[in-house]
Ligand binder design. Structure first.
Ligand code: V4E
Length: 218
C-alpha cells in the first residue's frame, strides 16, 4: 500500500507506437532517400520473464532485462491488447519500483522488495544487433520517427518504425505516421509482422507460442 494508504496509482511511461516490417535488401537506400541518418549502432542481450503459468505474457505484459536494466511493456488500457491492426501500442515502464508494483498487482501477490523475488522464470534470451535511423523532423511537427533494423543471434531480422508519444490522444496520429513511413519505405503490409520474441518462441517453445496465439496476444 502507498504511504498515504490510497489505492495504488501507477506512474506511466511513454507510449511506444510501432509497426514492424520485413527488411528488404534496399531498405537502407530507401531510408537514405528519405533523409534518415544512422544515429546508433548497439548490441544488447534481452532476457524475458514470466510466472510458471505464463500469466504475464498471456495478458500481453512483457517483462525483460535488457543488459542490466528492467523494462516492462504493457497495453495502455487494462484488459486491452497492444496489437491494433498491424501496429502496436505499449506503455513502457523502466523504474524498478513501478515495474514491481504493476507486476505483483497483475499476479495478485504482495509486492516484494525486488524483481528477482517475484519467482519468475526466464523463457527467452537472445542478443540483438540494432542499427537505429532517425528521420528528419518535419516542419511544424514535433514527432520524432525512428527506424530500427534488428538482427537477432538466432538468425532472424526485423525492422520497426517507431514513434513515442506521451498521451493516448496522440496515439491515433502516431499510428498514421508509422503507417505512412512504412509505405514510403515500400515495406507496408496489412497484416502484422512477427517480432523477435514471438519468433524465438515459435522456434524454441512451441507450447508457449500456441498459448499466446490462442489468447490472441500475438
Ligand atoms: C510487446 C511484445 C513483445 C515484447 C518485445 O517487444 P518488441 O517491440 O518486439 O521488442 P524490441 O526489442 O523491438 O523492443 P524495443 O527496443 O523496441 O523497446 S513480444 C510480443 N509482443 C506483442 C507484440 C505483438 N502482439 N505483435 C507485434 C507485431 N509485436 C509485438
Amino acid at each position: 500500500m502507498n504511504s498515504d494508504m490510497s489505492p495504488l496509482l501507477h506512474s506511466s511511461g511513454p507510449i511506444e507506437v510501432e509497426r514492424k516490417f520485413v527488411p528488404g535488401p534496399d531498405v537502407e537506400q530507401k531510408l537514405s532517400a528519405l533523409g534518415a541518418e544512422l544515429v546508433e549502432e548497439i548490441t544488447f542481450r534481452d532476457a524475458y520473464y514470466d510466472s510458471p503459468d505464463l500469466h504475464l505474457t498471456l495478458n500481453d505484459m512483457w517483462l525483460r532485462r535488457r543488459e542490466d536494466s528492467w523494462e516492462l511493456k504493457h497495453p495502455p488500457q487494462r484488459g486491452a491488447r497492444g496489437l491494433n491492426g498491424a501496429s502496436t501500442q505499449y506503455m513502457e515502464l523502466t523504474s524498478e519500483g513501478d515495474i514491481l508494483r504493476r507486476v505483483s498487482e497483475e499476479l495478485g501477490i504482495p509486492c516484494p522488495l525486488n524483481i528477482e523475488s517475484l519467482g519468475l522464470n526466464e523463457f527467452a534470451t537472445f542478443v540483438t544487433r540494432r542499427r537505429r535511423f532517425q528521420l528528419p523532423l518535419v516542419e511544424n511537427s514535433k514527432t520524432k520517427v525512428v527506424v530500427d533494423l534488428d538482427e537477432a543471434d538466432f538468425g532472424f531480422a526485423v525492422g520497426e518504425v517507431e514513434v513515442l508519444v506521451k498521451t493516448q490522444e496522440e496515439v491515433e496520429d502516431a499510428f498514421k505516421k508509422v503507417e505512412e513511413i512504412c509505405r514510403q519505405l515500400g515495406v507496408f503490409r496489412e497484416t502484422p509482422v512477427q517480432g523477435k520474441v514471438s519468433t524465438f518462441l515459435q522456434l524454441n517453445r512451441a507450447d508457449h507460442y500456441r498459448q499466446l496465439l490462442e489468447a490472441h496476444v500475438i
